[in-house]
Design a protein. Structure first.
Length: 236
């Protein structure tokens, strides 16, 4: 039985529990832009979580005439499995660990610290590669719309939210094309409004299932998308 979303969650009921509803990430961004038309030309900044969130966020920023920036977050992976994470590090150094997983895997303090150090360096390198040496936008007292291509566990999103709150964001909102209903409920309690076009339940959930075309977004693609946006934005 589907959960009723919290009052601060905006969804498209006709897309509830459906798969293959978006052609690709660009299409997901188009749908979200239509859901967020009230922000058009306002003072909000769209903050994309790379890599997959960037194509979604770029379309949104173009359609809504809003600035685009990055909220770089990376999961801390297990020493023996680089696909499984037990925590995450954000662009400002914010670290959050999933204590249940730490205990379950029996990780030592040394392994955890090594994982944090390695991931922190990865985040720093990615920030430098994608943003250069430029300063972060002045977010204190401002509106931010945090964007990713979907919410599975939502753990990295929680870390990004914590980092933006530390930056002094006054109004923090999240926009994702798809998400699991349990994560939607959890994340919505941390933000002002959460926009999710395609909410799904069930024991099995994959972000990719919401898209007809899906592939990993490479860092070089992210850099190209950002450069294209900046070039077009400067014309305006």
């Amino acid at each position: 039985m589907a959960l009723s979303p919290p009052k601060n969650v905006v969804e498209l009921p006709e897309l509830r529990d459906r798969i293959a509803v978006f052609r690709d990430r660009d299409h997901g961004g188009e749908i979200l832009a239509k859901m967020l038309t009230d922000y058009t030309g306002g003072d909000a900044t769209i903050m994309a979580i790379p890599a997959g969130g960037v194509p979604v966020a770029k379309v949104m920023a173009e359609r809504l005439n809003l600035p685009l920036d990055l909220a770089v977050v990376s999961k801390i992976t297990l020493p023996w499995n680089t696909e499984a994470g037990y925590g995450a590090v954000a662009f400002d150094g914010t670290v959050r660990l999933n204590e249940n997983l730490v205990a379950r895997f029996g990780l030592t303090k040394e392994q955890i610290q090594e994982g944090i150090d390695k991931t922190s360096q990865k985040v720093a390198n990615r920030v430098k590669a994608l943003r250069g040496a430029g300063t972060w936008p002045g977010l204190s007292g401002q509106q931010a719309i945090l964007v990713d291509d979907g919410l599975a566990s939502g753990f990295t999103m929680l870390v990004a939210i914590e980092a933006l709150k530390k930056a002094g964001v006054e109004s923090l909102n999240v926009a994702v094309p798809t998400g699991h209903e349990s994560s939607i409920v959890r994340i919505s309690s941390e933000v002002d409004t959460l926009y999710c076009a395609n909410i799904r339940g069930g024991f099995s959930f994959a972000v990719a299932d919401a898209y007809m075309t899906w592939s990993d977004v490479r860092e070089v693609e992210v850099a190209t998308l950002l450069a294209d946006f900046q070039r077009e934005h400067m014309k305006d």
